[in-house]
Design a protein around this ligand. Structure first.
Ligand code: CDT
Length: 303
């Protein structure tokens, strides 16, 4: 068997004023706990270093930019990289990335995977950016991802690391079947997905009570229908004025939840994941080569 003990490292709320250094101390505490329990990989949430800032309209771009990282690792995150390397374990987390490409400043909602030697071996920039572009004061809080980020331009793909084929996706991506299917078609065996999901959805508040259901529904269906492991990790709890769902979990390729957080705080749940279990699904019910009929789905790749 090709095993990797994975830790889903949920983070509780991060206050707007909480410095990155304090968050990194919390992340290192989870990392240490994970190492003691034999983890080879620890997965942290989307935008793990700061509060979920797209909930505020900030007309001053200089203020928005205080939430972005211009290099990684940087002074605030270096202790995390160093501790993980000393422990010999990999990790993944999301952050707001600002960089210059071709003379233009670009901003992305990004996740990285770091291997056991402290090297960044994979980077993904969020493709499905939810929310809106303009300030909408009628909302209890904003969701301005479409204002503060550009969509990523690289397709979903895995990297060979930590003994398997590991891929990344971010939050809203997990609701889209195409995310998992594209990953699976490219050989991904485990997708790491951090999220920040408010309980309240201003456009359809009648769905507020379904947020946790839709979270697990998406993660479990994505895992099963594509025969891959899914590690879903929340930033949870009451963050400033906003309640975020928890229920971080590890989902087997069968669609079963094999580990799940039970608080809305910093919490680690782990599972010993066998990459070879993807075959249980992919060599049988969802043997793509044998049973899939792409010629009958021509609209799936149409705009
Ligand atoms: N971070 C993120 O993508 N959150 C969205 C919230 C709902 S859309 C406003 C999500 O899909 O969970």
């Amino acid at each position: 068997p090709r095993n990797l003990v994975v830790g889903a490292a949920q983070l509780g709320p991060i206050a707007r004023a909480e410095p990155r250094e304090a968050v990194v101390v919390r992340m290192i505490a989870l990392l240490d706990k994970a190492a003691a329990r034999g983890c080879g990989l620890v997965v942290f949430p989307e935008l793990a270093l700061t509060t979920f800032f797209p909930r505020w309209y900030m007309p001053d771009q200089a203020e928005v930019d205080t939430f972005f990282e211009t290099e990684m690792p940087n002074a605030a995150t270096l202790p995390l990289f160093e501790r993980a390397r000393a422990l010999g374990i990999g990790f993944s987390f999301g952050f707001a990335e600002k960089l210059e490409i071709g003379g233009r400043i670009r901003r992305f909602n990004t996740a990285i995977l770091v291997d056991g030697e402290g090297q960044i071996v994979h980077r993904y920039r969020k493709i499905h950016l939810p929310g809106h572009t303009e300030n909408e004061p009628w909302r209890a809080f904003q969701h301005l991802e479409k204002r503060y980020f550009e969509p990523g331009e690289e397709v979903f793909s895995p990297v060979t690391a930590l003994g398997g084929e590991i891929g990344l996706a971010i939050c809203n991506d997990r609701r889209w079947p195409e995310t998992y299917r594209e990953h699976a078609l490219r050989g991904t065996e485990m997708v790491l997905i951090g999220y920040n999901t408010p309980v309240h959805y201003p456009l359809a508040p009648e769905h507020d009570h379904l947020q946790c259901f839709h979270n697990h529904l998406s993660l479990q269906a994505g895992a099963y229908q594509n025969g891959l492991w899914v590690v879903g990790v929340a930033k949870a709890g009451k963050e400033e004025n906003c309640d975020l769902i928890g229920q971080s979990c590890i989902v087997a390729p069968t669609g079963e939840i094999v580990a799940q957080a039970s608080t809305l705080h910093d919490e680690l749940v782990i599972h010993d994941c066998d990459f070879d279990r993807c075959t249980e699904i992919r060599a049988n019910i969802f043997d793509f080569a044998k049973h899939r009929r792409p010629e009958m789905y021509p609209l799936l790749s149409a705009p």
